[in-house]
Design a protein around this ligand. Sequence first.
Ligand SMILES: [Zn+2]
Length: 323
Amino acid sequence: MPVFKPIICSRFFLRICCIVSLGIVFSFTANIDAQAALVASIRPLGFIAAAIADGVIPVEVMLPDGASPHDYALRPTNALQLKKADLLLWVGAKMETFLTGPASSLPAERCITLADLPSVTTLLPKIGEELYDSHVYDKKCRGGHIHHHGDYNMHLWLSPIIARRIAEAINHRLAELMPEKKTKLDNNLYLFKKHLTINDKNIAKILAPFRAKRYVVFHDAYGYFEKYYGLTPSGYFTANPEIQPGAQALHKIRTQLVEQKVTCIFAEPQFRPAVINAVVRGTSVHIGTLDPMGIGIALNKESYARFLSQLTNQYVSCLEKNI
Ligand SMILES: [Zn+2]
């Protein structure tokens, strides 16, 4: 007889509750004549989608401002969004656990699971390339096809390179669903890439003087952005903000702050743990804020570039200080 740990039982029970309650919502809303939309799980994916779908289909975002995909729980309003969605855009089960059940009930053509796209997976860190050899596609939108992708950094939206692949995937799928809009969609993709390239050069120029500055981020979300622009973080508090760092990790960070002459520690609007204040106490390290979700940025064709520029300014406004 298998022995289940209590936490597994409760998670399993919660998932069943979630599926049942969603089923109730779906059945109550079956007759609502809802406007179709492209629904993105998180705001930054909505930014990319808004550029490609501009003038073609409205874009909505599931997560409200201030929420984190790491610990979000689906709300009834999200079930309504999914109900009217022509297309769901999400990273995958390892990032948005709350969407695993609902996404698996959608037909494959109504779902883009970024963690399953070969054009994206080939750009993930090469920890074990053999993991991708027997990549099998499913007819449902399950989002669990990359084995062990908990080993990979799934904050894909912070990579300007992967953002282009995401834009292409949205363009391709919408053109399949709405072939009559293909010219408009292709033009939107062209403009998105063009603006991104211009923005890219500006950001690289702005960040260049700060490449040697040392800093610590609260959670390991920014690797793609940092690597792309040549920034050099000293470390992070936690890989998953749901898990608070232990005493040993905190001791290590505090030692790094002093030994490596760290200028800043970055908290986030979603997470401002008291532990950051405690660690910097008695040092000259500054506390900054990085927002990996783009709070307050409106959805339009320029949002993604604005998002990266805002993030850039957040790095600079702290790193330019002296210690
Ligand atoms: Zn994260």
